[in-house]
Design a protein around this ligand. Structure first.
Ligand SMILES: NC(=O)c1ccc[n+]([C@@H]2O[C@H](COP(=O)([O-])OP(=O)(O)OC[C@H]3O[C@@H](n4cnc5c(N)ncnc54)[C@H](O)[C@@H]3O)[C@@H](O)[C@H]2O)c1
Length: 340
């Protein structure tokens, strides 16, 4: 919107996590921009989607809505079929009948699944997903390819790596860890804190998308059917990794979180969870080659900004520096808040 685009949002505000946070994000965007037209609709509602495209005739579609979460997909598989497969098909059908200059959609590092050849490269095969969530994201890449080939829709798939920052998802570790730490509750560290994540700060994701908007993929003239590169095609279709390129062990990440919160965590070390991948590590050189940009915000700085937002949104007191480094429980924080 700051670049002068007319943007219309769509969300069904489902209760996978507290919808109040979703509404608060929208209010925040409206405060920043003055106006943010938003359609309350479900991606899987074919008629509502067709009506939206007929009315708006978008030039570019940035499709980020999805049923996210790896662990949730073990108990709620149908939510993934509805939003990520039926919903994505509706997006593709709408782009087919109302031709767009570019469709960008969120894929995920989870598609790398059992592949442990790091750094993860878009040129590697991704045929071994470890969760239904990952399988639906891989399916999106394939569905996009078929529509790109058949109907010439320029499609860019964005494999995001563990996105964090202000306004993030409460089911992800930054908010879960921060809440447990300030409330003095033990937090669960799976795989004994040994797995690594290539954390990516939200602004770096946004900047990458903004730079890719005007770069719809061209069909790769040198694409070789005998040796097909999985990341490009003879159709206008392309994939990118968008990741921080600096994998961090979860226990080191937790130490940074403790530093910025000024509280010690109580940790329960547990084995690896089903569906979780061990390590993630993005090779982002294609993004850099094509846009001149690669994610820049270091985890230390990103967590500092996250904690500032977390305090603000969850109305936490500012902890006096004299208490920094001490282990505080929420009941101990309350007198601090009153003193402030
Ligand atoms: N956060 C990450 O670390 C991460 C990593 C890899 C990929 N992704 C992908 O990036 C995208 C954004 O993720 P996020 O972390 O912001 O998730 P999110 O859950 O916060 O945002 C997704 C939004 O889509 C909406 N939504 C879900 N199903 C819908 C439906 N059927 N119709 C309309 N709206 C619907 C939800 O209400 C939510 O507001 C998703 O596609 C996700 O799979 C995220």
């Amino acid at each position: 919107m700051q670049d002068g685009h007319h943007v219309v949002g769509l969300d069904n505000f489902n209760d996978y996590y507290d919808p109040a946070l979703k509404y608060a994000r929208v209010r925040w965007v409206q405060e920043q921009t003055g106006e943010f037209p938003l359609v309350h609709a479900d991606l899987a509602d074919t008629e509502a989607m067709a009506a939206l495209f007929t009315r708006e005739q978008p030039e570019v579609v940035i499709h980020l809505a999805a049923q996210a979460g790896v662990r949730y997909s073990l108990d709620n598989p149908r939510a993934y079929l509805d939003s990520n497969l039926s919903g994505f098909l509706n997006i593709l059908e709408c782009c087919r009948h109302h031709p767009v200059k570019h469709l960008l959609y969120a894929s995920s590092s989870s598609v790398y699944g059992a592949n442990q050849h790091t750094p993860y490269s878009i040129h590697d095969g991704v045929n071994h997903p470890l969760s239904l969530y990952a399988a639906t994201k891989k399916a999106n890449e394939l569905m996009a390819h078929s529509y790109s080939y058949l109907f010439g829709i320029p499609c860019t798939g964005l494999r995001f790596f563990t996105v964090y920052g202000p306004w993030g998802r409460p089911d992800m570790s930054p908010i879960r860890f921060a809440q447990a730490i300030v409330e003095g509750r033990p937090l669960k560290l799976f795989n004994y804190g040994q797995h690594q994540r290539d954390f990516t700060y939200i602004d770096d994701i946004v900047e990458s998308i903004a730079r890719l908007l005007d770069r719809p993929p061209l069909l790769a003239a040198d694409w070789d059917r005998e040796h097909p590169d999985p990341s490009t095609s003879m159709a206008p279709w392309k994939l990118y990794n968008i990741g921080g390129e600096h994998p961090v062990e979860l226990k080191d990440y937790l130490a940074l979180m403790e530093k910025h919160l000024g509280c010690k965590a109580q940790v329960e070390l547990l084995p690896l969870q089903p569906g979780d991948v061990l390590n993630t590590f993005a090779d982002v050189h294609e993004l850099e080659d094509d846009t001149g940009f690669h994610p820049r915000i270091e985890l230390d700085e990103g967590l500092r900004r996250f904690v500032a937002w977390f305090r603000d949104y969850y109305v936490l007191p500012v902890i006096p520096t004299s208490l920094t480094g001490q282990s505080l429980r929420l009941d101990e924080l309350l007198p601090v808040r009153r003193r402030l």
